[in-house]
Every structure is written in structure tokens, then in C-alpha cells.
Ligand binder design. Structure first.
Ligand SMILES: NC(=O)c1ccc[n+]([C@@H]2O[C@H](COP(=O)([O-])OP(=O)(O)OC[C@H]3O[C@@H](n4cnc5c(N)ncnc54)[C@H](OP(=O)(O)O)[C@@H]3O)[C@@H](O)[C@H]2O)c1
Length: 322
């Protein structure tokens, strides 16, 4: 029997509530395969779930977080082709990825070529798939459109700048002055916080909420689209913001407002989400995406990983390495 180590959120709280447990690795179900994880990303959502501040449905403790992994397939279910064994893969797991082994539906994983750097690939599933979904499927961006991105120095923010650039949009990134150079490195024009209303954008992507969401709506050109996908501001009220989006959308003013959640869409449209991940992996191989790695931390030091992922001076994905 293969043994597994996994991070467990024992109760809601600070990084000290994280524990590393050892148990038997799960056997894959008939349509699943098991991945021996080589790198797993820590997401803002993992920190929010641990702290009990996640605005969506979060698993109740004890649970193992972890949205995305890379690794090697070490077991396959009865309906899965044996050729998958030993293949290097990347997967959007949504939960359970912070472990030495995790099972995933065979139809959701994407194979990595021998030359693809797996730590860079581990940065893609949550942030870049979200970015592609927001821009392509929800906002339906067109080449030359002006796109304003909040939290532009963050994980999804930098992914949006890269993906928007690939889709031919003119990208603007709201960030603190210390991050303006980073926004420029991703081919976008930096915008100071509080000045976004002057941008007059075709598309605004907002994960701050509250007063920022209201400013985002005001900064839309006629025909513009606002997509909200988070509520990081302490003064944001998710139910009130969601109601506002619905009301704005109903106004006969030619502008649209929507809310998007990757986990819901990954369950509703698994083929689309997998195809998106596959195309992003291809673009990474072509050197057209530039994910940032902030730090690599041993899986056995989850509290250190969470502290680094919460440190605003560290830009880029913090990866857990089993
Ligand atoms: N709906 C979905 O499908 C989906 C998918 C992925 C992520 N998300 C959500 O998107 C959000 C961002 O995720 P991420 O991975 O990009 O996080 P991240 O890497 O931590 O980046 C967050 C960025 O937002 C900025 N920020 C934080 N609080 C702010 C505030 N009150 N006002 C202005 N800027 C603020 C941060 O800048 P400073 O560090 O300078 O404060 C940072 O640049 C999270 O809420 C996450 O849960 C949603």
C-alpha cells in the first residue's frame, strides 16, 4: 500500500491550524487516476478557506486544500488506459492537492511534454484557467478592447495581463506603486488604486468588491462588461455585491455585469475547462506565458508556505513540494 502525506486544515484559524498527516494513499476510482504530486500551488482561496473567510462554499474542517498540482501518474482506475502510468501531468484538482498523492478524473488532466518545466506548469490551472474563462468565455474580449484588471500584481491579476495580451487586448493593471514595474513587465499599463474610474474600459475584472466594485461599474464605457470574481475588500458584502451586479445588469444602459466562479464552471463544463488548460500548457511550451514562481516550500512546512503566500513582498505562486 502506498503511503500518503497530506496537509490538513484542522480548524479555521491562522497558519498554526495546519497539520501534516500520514495515511494510506487513496486508490483511484474506475474513471480516475492517481498523481504522485511533484508541486502544488497555494492559492489565495486556500488562505481564505483556512481562515474561515472564503465567500463561497468551502469544505468544513478537517479537510485537505489544494486547487492545482503537477506530478506523475502512479495508478489508474479500471476504465483508464494503462498508458497514463508514468506520464507527467498537470491538473486542476479544486481540493485535496496539498498532498503527496491525489486522485483526479482521467478526463481532467493534461499531459506535460518532457521539456516543459513542471513548476511553471503548476502555476497555470487555477489562475490562468480563471483568467482565460473570465476574458474569453464571460467578457468575450475582442482584439483592441481596453481591459482594466484589479489586483494586477496578484496571481489571477498577472495571469489576466498575460492572457489578455495573447488575446490582443489593451491591458491596464491597478496595483500599488511598488508593483507598477511588475505590471509593465507583463505588457500592461499600470493604474494607481483609486484612479480606475478614469480609465474608461470596455471590460473591468474585479475581485475586490464594495466601493471598488462600484468604481469599476462607473469606469465602463458604453457597451462595457464588468465581471466580478471575488470580494477581497474587508468592506465588501458578497450578497450585497451580487445583488448590485444583478440590478446593474437589468438596467437598460447597454452595459453588462456578471459574477464568475471557476469551481462551478469546472464541474458544469469539464471538457471546456480541460481544453483551456491544454491550450495554456501549449502556450507555456511556446514561451508565450510567463507564470511567476514566488517560492518553493517543502510540503512538511505548510505554515511557512501559507505565511509566504500571504506576504505582499513576495510576488508569484508559492509552491508546496512533497
Ligand atoms: N471566482 C473565481 O473563480 C476565482 C478564481 C481564482 C481566484 N479568485 C479570487 O480572486 C481573488 C484574488 O486571487 P489571487 O490568487 O489573484 O490572489 P493574490 O495573488 O493574493 O492577489 C491579490 C491581489 O489583490 C490585491 N489586493 C488585495 N486586497 C486588496 C484591496 N482591498 N484593495 C485593492 N487591492 C487588493 C493584492 O495587492 P496587495 O498585496 O498590494 O494588497 C494582490 O495584488 C481572491 O479573492 C480569490 O479567491 C476567484
Amino acid at each position: 500500500m502506498t503511503r500518503r502525506r497530506r496537509i490538513v486544515v484542522t480548524r479555521t484559524g491562522g497558519p498554526e491550524v495546519l497539520r501534516v498527516d500520514t495515511d494510506d494513499a487513496p486508490e483511484p476510482g474506475p474513471d480516475h487516476l492517481r498523481i504522485r504530486v511533484t508541486a502544488a500551488g497555494i492559492a489565495r482561496a486556500d488562505l481564505l478557506m483556512r481562515a474561515g473567510r472564503y465567500p463561497g462554499r468551502a469544505p468544513a474542517p478537517p479537510f485537505t486544500p489544494g486547487w492545482d498540482v503537477t506530478g506523475v501518474v502512479d495508478a489508474v482506475g479500471s476504465n483508464v488506459q494503462a498508458r497514463w502510468r508514468g506520464r507527467r501531468v498537470v491538473a486542476l484538482t479544486l481540493t485535496g492537492g496539498h498532498a503527496s498523492h491525489v486522485c483526479a478524473p482521467a478526463t481532467s488532466v493534461v499531459e506535460l511534454s518532457d521539456t516543459l518545466p513542471e513548476y511553471a506548469a503548476a502555476c497555470l490551472p487555477l489562475t490562468h484557467v480563471t483568467a482565460h474563462e473570465l476574458l474569453h468565455h464571460v467578457a468575450r474580449v475582442r482584439p483592441g478592447e481596453r481591459v482594466l484588471v484589479h489586483g494586477a500584481a496578484g496571481g489571477v491579476g498577472t495571469a489576466l495581463l498575460d492572457v489578455g495580451h495573447l488575446l490582443g487586448a489593451e491591458m491596464y493593471g491597478v496595483a500599488a506603486p511598488r508593483d507598477h514595474a511588475l505590471v509593465e513587465e507583463h505588457g500592461a499599463q499600470p493604474v494607481e488604486r483609486g484612479r480606475e474610474a478614469f480609465t474608461q474600459a470596455d471590460i473591468v475584472l474585479d475581485m475586490i468588491g464594495g466601493a471598488t466594485l462600484r468604481a469599476s461599474w462607473r469606469s465602463l464605457r458604453p457597451g462595457g462588461r464588468l465581471v466580478s470574481y471575488g470580494f477581497l475588500s474587508t468592506e465588501a458584502s458578497p450578497p450585497r455585491d451580487l445583488l448590485r451586479l444583478r440590478l446593474w445588469n437589468a438596467l437598460p444602459n447597454g452595459r453588462r455585469a456578471a459574477f464568475y466562479r471557476l469551481s462551478t464552471n469546472a464541474r458544469r463544463h469539464p471538457d471546456r475547462v480541460r481544453a483551456t488548460l491544454e491550450s495554456l500548457v501549449e502556450k507555456l511550451g511556446e514561451g508565450r506565458l510567463h507564470p511567476r514562481i514566488g517560492a518553493c516550500v517543502p510540503l512538511d512546512k505548510p505554515a511557512e508556505g501559507h505565511r509566504l503566500a500571504d506576504d505582499p513582498t513576495i510576488r508569484g505562486k508559492v509552491l508546496l513540494v512533497p
